[in-house]
Design a protein around this ligand. Structure first.
Ligand SMILES: O=C[C@H](O)COP(=O)(O)O
Length: 254
């Protein structure tokens, strides 16, 4: 079901000790300052800290635990891999899949991502599935075509029931970690396009009910403007999720 959601993707940052301190600051600030809103908050720390950080999240609250990746394999001799079931067993409810950094540095393609999605969904994890174009693609005026292909090949093979569990994050690669944010109009245009594509692949109800996040240098200054767009339901936040004051202010931006 569509909701306002802010997810903090810590990427490969913090130590165990710093991570615990950060989540404690975030939960305290949010509980003190965010009252009248139903925004959901997902904290996505690195794998080794998931269990401990999950225990620090207040129970039955707006806070949820998410991972940054999972294996497409169920279990077995796959050295170094982390399965969806393992994530679920330490309290994860969400998993980020298809982040551009994984597509770029770890060669994850739409075929592999479609297998990871299936593995996550089979375990009951909710995927936050990322799509987004490079600067080159945008400048060639191919953004819509590119996003459509990522959706078709990566996501739209899911059944209606499976698709219901998915959150989509639009993250233009040129805006990630660069300090260069998409304008609210640019974000809205692509979000609306994604919703149209969902309506075509599934139906109008699925399109209306899907939560679509924006990611890419979102911060405490620009979040309110981005989140006020009709098709932007929140954010997938990188750098600013590592600063408790900034992250809390983003959560307050609805
Ligand atoms: O997953 C988060 C996105 O990659 C955005 O990162 P950023 O906020 O540091 O640009």
């Amino acid at each position: 079901m569509r909701k306002n959601l802010v997810a903090g993707n810590w990427k490969m940052n913090t130590t165990y000790q710093d991570g615990l301190a950060l989540v404690s600051e975030i939960t305290n600030m949010v509980q003190d300052e965010v009252t009248g809103s139903d925004v959901e908050v997902v904290i996505c720390p690195p794998f080794p800290f998931l269990a401990a950080i999950g225990k620090q999240l207040p129970e039955n609250s707006r806070f949820h635990l998410g991972a940054q990746n999972c294996s497409q394999k169920e279990s077995g001799a796959y050295t170094g891999e982390v399965s969806a079931r393992m994530l679920q067993s330490v309290g994860c409810e969400y998993v980020i899949l298809g982040h551009s950094e994984r597509r770029q540095y770890f060669r994850e393609d739409n075929e592999l991502l479609s297998q990871k999605l299936k593995a996550a969904l089979a375990t009951g994890l909710k995927p936050i599935f990322c799509v987004g174009e490079s600067l080159e693609t945008r400048e060639a005026d191919d953004t819509f075509k590119f996003i459509s292909q990522q959706l078709q090949e990566g996501l739209f093979h899911l059944s209606n029931e499976e698709f219901d569990q998915v959150v989509i994050a639009y993250e233009p690669i040129w805006a990630i970690g660069t300090g260069k944010t998409a304008t609210s109009a640019q974000a809205q245009e692509v979000h609306a396009y994604i919703r149209e594509q969902i309506a075509q692949a599934y139906d109008a109800e699925a399109a209306l009910n899907t939560t679509i996040l924006y990611g890419g240098s979102a911060n405490a200054q620009n979040a309110r403007e981005l989140f006020s767009q009709p098709d932007v339901d929140g954010g997938l936040i990188g750098g600013a999720s590592l600063k408790s004051r900034d992250f809390t202010d983003i959560i307050k931006s609805f």
